[in-house]
Design a protein around this ligand. Structure first.
Ligand SMILES: O=C(O)CCC(=O)C(=O)O
Length: 218
């Protein structure tokens, strides 16, 4: 996407204590490689699907779990129908470790702490309500990568689904990391901005989000 003749630099920003937005963190090559990989992850068996909430509501985002299978509100070793979950790819562990070092500096977190990938695909109508990532036994920072269409990313507080919150525009290539006092903050995606993605990533439409987490089982 372009800001016109004079692209404005976007600065790294702390959304709340311990939560950082790092614009343009992934190179175009890395985005391309992740799009190719995501197509494989999305394919059956154990491929991309709409998650059904306990209320019966169906999430508009389509997701695929890697490493462990997430369903609200727990992680399973296998899918509910017994199918094996796809393995957690080394590339996601490496990206997460690099992101954490980049944002917080040297850390005592083992490089292999990360073991869960949740890959979300948003079509033009998809969104994600405010929620907390609270099903992990580990409080290692959550690492979130965006590719494709921009979106409005809402980062709230740890107490309630209501204000105060901060809305930012997340674009393809951006990184968000939230740990420390913000690890359990509510966050969500009220809308995407269709048609804003860079087709050179290989993603012709929509938004891909890859969230990398540590289960605490390692
Ligand atoms: O799509 C995003 O940027 C956020 C995804 C998310 O919050 C989640 O998977 O829990």
């Amino acid at each position: 996407m372009s800001d016109g003749l004079f692209p404005l630099p976007r600065d790294r920003a702390e959304l709340s204590p311990g939560a950082w937005h790092v614009p343009d963190w992934l190179s175009l090559d890395e985005q391309r490689e992740l799009v190719v990989a995501a197509r494989e992850w999305a394919a059956p068996p154990a491929g991309m699907r709409h998650v059904v909430m306990p209320s019966g509501g169906v999430m508009s985002v389509r997701s695929v779990s890697l490493g462990l299978y997430w369903e609200p509100y727990r992680y399973l070793d296998r899918l509910p129908d017994g199918t094996a979950v796809k393995a957690f790819p080394a590339v996601l562990g490496e990206l997460a470790a690099r992101a954490v070092r980049d944002v917080y500096g040297p850390t005592s977190l083992p490089d292999d702490a990360y073991d869960i990938g949740l890959v979300n695909f948003y079509d033009a109508r998809a969104r994600m309500g405010l929620h907390r990532d609270a099903d992990e036994a580990s409080l290692a920072p959550v690492v979130s990568l965006s590719i494709g269409d921009a979106c409005v990313f809402r980062f709230g507080n740890t107490e309630t689904r209501t204000r105060p919150w901060t809305d930012i525009e997340l674009r393809g290539g951006d990184l968000v990391v939230f740990g420390g006092p913000s690890r359990l903050a509510y966050h969500g995606v009220p809308k995407t901005l269709p048609g804003t993605g860079d087709p050179r990533t290989g993603l012709a439409a929509g938004r891909l989000n890859i969230t990398i987490r540590a289960s605490g089982r390692r």
